[in-house]
Write a protein that binds this ligand. Sequence first.
Ligand code: HEM
Length: 257
Amino acid sequence: MLNKLKNTVLDSQIKRSIFRVGIPNTDRKRVLIVLGNVFLHLHPTKVRTSGVKLRYTWCAGGLSFFLFLVLTLTGVLLMFYYRPTVEGAYVDMLDMRSQVPFGIMRELHRWSAHAMVIMVMVHMFRVFMTGSYKPPREFNWTIGVLLLVLTFLLSFTGYLLPWDQLAIWAITVGSNIMSAVPAMGQKVRFLMLGGNTVNANALLRFYVLHCMILPLGLIVLIAIHFWRIRKDGGLYPGPEPKPVLIPSGTENEAIQQ
Ligand code: HEM
């Protein structure tokens, strides 16, 4: 009876229509599973051992991406409770801290934001130290620089949203620095704040940038970044082994290590 039920479930057309390959007990089946799955097919079917070594990548790129996902999830939840208005912003922020155990959602968002800024810089440092920016990966390095700028801008725009004294004066200083841009400094500052002072217009502008425009830009660039890693043949495997010169008779011969 039980066996019959088990066979009916395991051999059912529904099951076969979803799990087409069966138990992945051979290399071929593993490859087919990766290719046939909407999420897994984004990964290459094979990777170099060096590419998954923690010692090599520090997983810093992966952790930056993970933190971005945490920030997106917690950020969307915060949007249900936060109003980007002069009357609402500060009290909503205080409520989010005190009405929820440990102010968990806001703290997760805040600490993940700090961690992401640090992690993206760590990732950039590791890419630099392993020489992974060299051709053909120079385009992906440039995409990375844009990702760094967008990460900083997300951090900067988020800073104003609590609408406390620290936020208002930090953005006042930040926007004053922008006005030092030669020739069009004042215009850039006006465009950034939606006026000449940090007021309700600036709060709304920073909110839209922080919750819509910058995250969308980041998503598009991350997609290009990951796609480029695939097209560049996976992670940089390290430099080619250098030829070693050994004396042989009167001539030197180059042999590969
Ligand atoms: C939101 C920020 C970023 C995310 C989520 C991200 C994610 C990743 C991931 C997951 C990888 C593959 C695994 C690894 O190397 O850890 C990678 C590789 C790479 N990243 Fe980033 N990255 C970001 C920012 C940057 C920055 C700021 C740079 C440099 C300016 C950069 C340049 C590169 C390059 C050149 C590679 C290829 C490395 C290789 O071939 O070994 N990325 N990135």
